[in-house]
Design a protein around this ligand. Structure first.
Ligand code: CP
Length: 407
């Protein structure tokens, strides 16, 4: 922590900025630096955010990036709006970068609702989707996204590849890179694998889910679906933030990359997050992420504005984590009766795939006015179009995107 404090002090002195102003700019939290000096705990994602801010600020020669409070539709220009070559984690993004991707996705939501859904922005580019784990939504939506943008899209399923002959992940990746892919989308069962691969290739890498680490495009599409539902009800704030929104995430938090990315994304957008799971399915010390932890679902639901249900990830479980699916449903399944404990009109979400009758009842999943599960799938295509478009702009020499180094 001493290193970080020294870095902040050096930055503030060099840029003639008070530490109060620094806390406000970076985290919308004026006393942050003085509290840090006094021993306040800090999450690793917050450290990442601070370091990314310092890097971006210095790369942009002191142009002040928008604060959380004032971001409202204004972003740094050109490549500074999203100065990342890869999309590996929500934890590496600043709030205005998340808002930028959400704003970019809106044009693709519109296009996808037209009879003709084609755009040639990525014509001539090759996108490889390398999936080392099963997927329906993520793989198909990345494929559709690439094709709707005019790219050549190739899917590599590990089960039918030379991975089955013993080829290592790195060798497979170097092979894909040698084919001169312009973007590689990867899903892998090991946490951190996608970040490792990104260091070995020459093109943007998009994380389609790595182990229990992150699933960044899922969190972005969830935020976009939530934004659309709130807007439809006239409840979406003009600055794109979710300030004041209480979101309960219930299910197998321990094994969930979706939960991790959503916690980071929702908090960055100002929402408060409650987590609920049996003790065996709750990560230890998760409170350090700034969430409220519950083991009784009824308490976690009390007054919640959004209820996000997660499935039991049996494929990641090593042993018995719950007595039986039936008992799990009894304690943690979302039924109509339970949903009544949340805010009136609380929104229901699920990233899929769903196990109906286990974590969620069919009649809840299909509540027309409350469930946005189908909208989440729709927004998945638009978000992935936005990510592919933005991450390939430098390579495509889109005006303003060629300067500066990626972080
Ligand atoms: N939500 C999600 O990642 O679904 P898939 O596993 O079907 O891609």
């Amino acid at each position: 922590m001493t290193d970080l404090l020294e870095e902040i002090a050096r930055f503030c002195a060099h840029h003639d900025m008070s530490e109060t102003r620094f806390g406000e700019l970076v985290l919308n939290d004026k006393p942050f630096v003085s509290q840090l000096r006094a021993g306040r705990d800090i999450r690793s994602s917050t450290v990442e955010k601070i370091r990314a801010f310092i890097r971006d600020f210095e790369a942009s020669e002191g142009a002040v990036p928008p604060t959380r409070a004032s971001v409202s539709g204004r972003f740094p220009t050109g490549g500074r709006a999203f100065p990342h070559r890869d999309l590996i984690s929500i934890g590496a993004l600043q709030t205005h970068e998340i808002l930028f991707l959400l704003e970019e996705a809106e044009q693709w939501v519109e296009l996808n609702r037209q009879p003709s859904k084609h755009n040639d922005a990525l014509a001539g580019l090759t996108i490889i989707n390398a999936f080392f784990e099963n997927s329906t939504r993520t793989l198909l939506s990345f494929e559709i996204a690439g094709k709707r943008l005019g790219a050549d899209v190739v899917n590599m399923h590990a089960a039918q590849s030379s991975v089955k002959k013993g080829e290592t992940l790195i060798d497979t990746t170097v092979t894909l890179n040698a084919m001169r892919a312009d973007a590689i989308v990867i899903r892998h069962g090991s946490s951190g694998a996608v970040g490792l691969i990104a260091d070995k290739v020459d093109c943007p890498v998009l994380n389609a889910g790595d182990g229990q680490h992150e699933h960044p495009t899922q969190a972005l599409l969830d935020a976009l679906a939530l934004r659309h539902k709130l807007r439809e009800r006239g409840e979406m704030s003009a600055d794109g933030m979710f300030n004041g929104l209480a979101v309960t995430i219930c299910g197998d938090i321990l094994h969930s990359r979706v939960a991790r990315s959503n916690i980071l994304c929702l908090q960055a957008l100002g929402a408060t997050v409650r987590l609920c799971a049996p003790p065996a399915l709750m990560p230890r010390e998760v409170e350090a992420m700034g969430v409220d932890v519950f083991h009784r679902f009824d308490q976690a639901l009390d007054g919640a504005d959004v209820v996000m249900m997660l499935r039991l990830q049996n494929e990641r479980m090593d042993g018995q984590f719950i007595p039986s699916p039936r008992e799990y449903h009894h304690l943690y399944g979302l039924t109509q009766e339970r949903l009544a404990l949340a805010s009136p009109e609380a929104i229901v979400m699920h990233p899929g795939p769903m196990n109906r009758g286990v974590e969620i009842d069919s009649d809840v999943a299909e509540m027309a006015e409350r469930s946005i599960i189908t909208s989440q799938v729709e927004m998945g295509v638009a978000i992935r179009m936005a990510c592919l478009d933005v991450l390939t702009r430098k390579e495509r020499k889109v005006s303003g995107w060629g300067e500066g180094e990626w972080v």
